[in-house]
Design a protein around this ligand. Sequence first.
Ligand code: HPA
Ligand code: MG
Length: 226
Amino acid sequence: MADVVVKPQVGGGGGIVIDDDWPGYSLDLFSYPAHYSGDLDCVVVPHGVIMDRTERLARNIMDDLGDHDIVVLCVLKGGYQFCVDLVDKIKALSCNSNRTLPMRVHFIRLKSYLNDLSTEDLHIVGAEDLSFLAGKNVLIVEAIVGTGKTMKALLKHVESFSPKLIKVAGLLVKRVPHNSTCLPDYVGFEIPDRFVVGYALDYNEYFRDLNHICVISESGKTKYKI
Ligand code: HPA
Ligand code: MG
């Protein structure tokens, strides 16, 4: 099989940009679980928009990697919903076009947040032996990239198993003060530096059961603080 040749993306490579001064959508415009009423400030990215953007990312990935086997490395827990939906969209393209992208899916878990603060220590669980990645095309699927420190550490770890190619799909990239040089190859949205929850992103394990990506309110933070 020929090597993958990745063409530069034409426009939209950094994702849909959501400006710092954008107030978000009022929660009254959407439905969401009643148990979170009062816990959220606004909707930043509605579920339908996430799905539409993911569909396009799937097409970009198919354009770059189509007809090659890939190993999808899903970064839990926050990345599970994005990974499921991205894999589903790629599967649909494999069924409904004359290209195909055989995928294997592997799960690893990273943990570095307590409340809304990043802790220094990064734990990688389920990534002890990734030797099966040697010579493979790997797509890392991550929900959110902030400073990029976590992504950098993970990339270094994955690289040590000598895959042929590593690409990263990140649903959200946060504009933090010390943004990294290490940005995903496929970005859904670039968002302001605010703590967001929903679509599997949590605050102390809450809010994963919320479809939209929302900004948590101060009272929400207090209610679920540990
Ligand atoms: N929300 C949830 N988890 C996170 C975030 C966030 O904004 N940033 C890094 N991990
Ligand atoms: Mg978390």
